[in-house]
Design a protein around this ligand. Structure first.
Ligand code: KIV
Ligand code: NA
Length: 269
């Protein structure tokens, strides 16, 4: 099996929907690999995996470790990694240094960064130097403090025009794709229709070229904070809790382990 490349992801626009999910660890990467085109090692692991209030505190080292777990546990999906807050906003040089570090130490294929027009020169700088960039626009969780929380974006015509403009400058700068989060549906559709690169939606539009969701959100593994756009596709929590309950009961009752789970037991004893 050959791993899906970034040019192959780009070429899917207009041909077939691009199926994306997040993964941070080996088990989920291994299980989703045959079903998805692209795996995002998202900084949402700050909230989903570490129970932090927002995504700001995750580090380059943590993202790199998660990305390595994912590339080691998948062979078909394209793997891209979120650049964490503070690792790329300062300058295009800082962005290249940290993105190169993450890719060198994780074997992932590209990065994703959140930002409007200011980020376009960084997108171009990295792309020219061999690092594919997906630009994340619309609702950008790393701007939690300037936004004052998580709020849907592009609902007013002025804001929609600003985000549309962001999409155009990132496309010009060479982004290989646009991730559109938590934005007005007509805006996401208008962007999709007017850029030659794939749009990946989350709380965006059915007409986006692909879709992404946070894996734990769709399996009922996220706890109480599930966004409106996350449909539940399975109840993994129920089956996992049932397994924990059964294990606890059998240990307490002395019915697990049996000699079949032990070493050095003579068969005919
Ligand atoms: O970190 C993440 O999981 C993301 C998705 C919400 C797109 O950026
Ligand atoms: Na993210």
């Amino acid at each position: 099996i050959q791993r899906t490349t970034i040019p192959q992801i780009k070429a899917m626009k207009g041909q077939q929907k691009i199926v994306c999910l997040t993964a941070y660890t080996a088990p989920f990467a291994r299980m989703m690999d045959e079903f998805v085109d692209l795996i995002l090692v998202g900084d949402s692991t700050a909230m989903v995996g570490y129970n932090m209030e927002n995504t700001l505190a995750i580090t380059v080292e943590q993202m790199t470790a998660h990305a390595l777990a994912v590339t080691r546990s998948s062979e078909k999906a394209c793997v891209i990694v979120d650049m964490p807050f503070g690792s790329y906003q300062e300058s295009k040089e800082q962005a290249f240094r940290n993105a190169a570090y993450i890719l060198k130490h994780s074997n992932a294929q590209g990065v994703k960064m959140e930002g409007g027009e200011f980020l376009a020169e960084t997108v171009q700088f990295l792309t020219e130097r061999g690092i594919p960039v997906m630009a994340h626009i619309g609702l950008m969780p790393q701007y939690f403090n300037t936004m004052g929380g998580f709020k849907a974006q592009g609902l007013s015509p002025e804001m929609a025009d600003r985000i549309y403009h962001d999409a155009m400058v990132h496309t010009q700068a060479g982004a290989f794709g646009l991730l559109i989060e938590g934005s007005a549906e007509p805006l996401a559709r208008r962007i999709t229709e007017n850029v030659p690169i794939p749009t990946i939606g989350i709380g965006a539009s059915p007409d986006c070229d692909g879709q992404i969701l946070v894996t734990e959100d769709i399996l009922n593994l996220s706890g109480p904070r599930i966004p409106k756009f996350a449909k539940q596709f399975a109840d993994a929590q129920a089956s996992i809790r049932a397994g924990f309950k059964q294990y606890a009961e059998e240990v307490r009752a002395g019915t697990f382990p049996t000699l079949a789970h032990c070493f050095g037991v003579k068969k005919d004893d």
